[in-house]
Structures are given as C-alpha cells and as structure tokens.
Design a protein around this ligand. Structure first.
Ligand code: ATP
Length: 227
C-alpha cells in the first residue's frame, strides 16, 4: 500500500477560522496528505443548532479555502438532510474512493476526547485513520501524546487509543484505516464562539479568520445577536 492519504476535516465552521485552517495545514504537511476535504456539518448531532444556515457556513468555508490548492470543500453533509453522522460520511467516501485509499479523519485533541459519544464511534476505525492535532506546548506529556487527558478519558476510548496509537505518520500510508496518529501544532486561541461574541459586541474580527470570511460576515449581517 503506497497511496497518498487523503484528509477529511469536519466541523460546524460557524464560522471557519484560522485555528481550523492552521490545524489543516499542520496535518497536510506533517502527515504528507495529498488533499484535505473540509466537510461543513449540516445538522450537528452532538451540539446545539448552528447560529447560521448550512449555506452560509458552506459559503464561508469556500471563501476561506480559496487559494489553497490542497484544500477542497465537500458539501455532502449540508446536501443530506437530517442529522449528520461522521460514520455515514466516511462510509460514502470509502465507497467513492475505494477500499485501498488511506483516509484520515482530522480532529483536535478536545474532539478526540469525546469521540466515544459519537454515533457508532468504533466503526470509524474501520473506515479511516484518526489524526489528532494536539494544540500547545504541553501536547505531549513525558513523551506520551495526549498526556494525562487520555488517562482520564472514557475507558473504551482509552483502550482504542492505546491499541491503535502509531509512532509516526508513516503508518498512515501502510493501511487504509485503523491507526491513531497524534501530531502537534502551536496553540492558536481562536474559537468560533469567540468570533461570534466579537461580532455581537461590534468588535473587530480581523486576523482571527481570512479577510474574505470577515467581509462575508459583515455584508450578510451574521452573528449580530448575542450568542
Ligand atoms: P465553537 O466555538 O462554535 O464550539 P470551534 O471554533 O471549536 O467552534 P468547531 O467547528 O466546533 O470549531 O471545531 C471543529 C474542529 O476544529 C474540532 O476538531 C476542533 O478541535 C478544531 N478546532 C477548533 N478550534 C481550533 C483552534 N483554535 N485550533 C486548532 N483546532 C481547532
């Protein structure tokens, strides 16, 4: 097996920001991915309803990805009605891309620690590798990626992590799915919640997200209400 892995990065993207983009860039380079598909979530099953429509979130994601040849918008979840489960998205991508193509589901460390709450989460390992992008200087603790956080995590998740943790991103090319790889990135203290709050308080959101997205938010009067 030697095909170049493809990354899949799902999120509410309400709005997409530089933290998301930097996570993707780090994963692209550190894991030698051929491309990353950004998948805005339609109806997120794990959290409260987004503050803007799926179409606005998708439009903002398209604007944010302009100029990055390796970053691709994938609108399948917003086209599908009802709750969007990652297991369904990966099943569809696997059917399209074939059994041998390595797929890597990207997520932050915070998202990984609640993976056991996702619908049919154990099936995800049969469909893709998981690349956890840990933020910050204490990303690894005594050489153990995810440090103390994983020790305190859900027992089944901890077992899956221990059994599947690969020592390097090279593992991502050796099979189509099933490994967990942890890479690190410098922390960027940016969140969509913080950006929405800035908008509602009429504060600048410049340098937190691409200018084109900031302009889209301004001209469509998004996030003007307190969140
Ligand atoms: P909200 O503030 O509305 O909860 P968010 O900014 O956390 O949103 P999401 O769309 O919920 O963004 O996150 C999607 C993914 O992006 C998750 O895997 C999360 O870990 C990651 N992520 C979010 N913010 C950052 C950041 N500043 N740096 C790196 N990764 C991030």
């Amino acid at each position: 097996m030697s095909s170049t892995p493809i990354g899949i990065f799902g999120g509410t993207f309400d709005p997409i920001h530089n933290g998301h983009l930097r996570l993707a860039q780090e994963a692209l380079e550190q894991c030698n991915l051929s491309e990353i598909r950004f998948v805005p979530c339609g109806t997120p099953p794990h959290r409260s309803a987004p503050h803007t429509s799926a179409q606005h979130r998708s439009n903002m994601t398209r604007l944010a990805l302009q100029g990055s040849a390796a970053f691709v918008l994938d609108e399948r979840e917003i086209r599908r009605g009802g709750p969007c489960y990652t297991v369904d998205t990966l099943t569809a991508l696997r059917a399209e891309l074939g059994e041998r193509q390595p797929l890597c589901l990207l997520m932050g460390g915070d998202a990984f620690l609640s993976l056991h709450t996702w619908h049919e989460w154990e099936k995800l390992f049969g469909l893709a590798h998981i690349v956890v992008v840990q933020r910050g200087a204490c990303a690894s603790h005594n050489g153990r990626p995810l440090g103390n956080a994983i020790i305190e995590a859900d027992a089944a998740l901890r077992e899956a992590y221990r059994a599947r943790l690969a020592p390097s991103p090279r593992a991502l090319r050796e099979s189509p799915a099933g490994a967990v790889v942890v890479v690190e990135m410098p922390a960027l203290e940016i969140s969509a919640t913080g950006i929405r709050r800035h908008c509602a308080e009429n504060r600048s959101i410049r340098y937190l997200l691409p200018d084109a997205v900031a302009e889209y938010i301004r001209s469509n009067h998004l996030y003007t209400q307190p969140c």
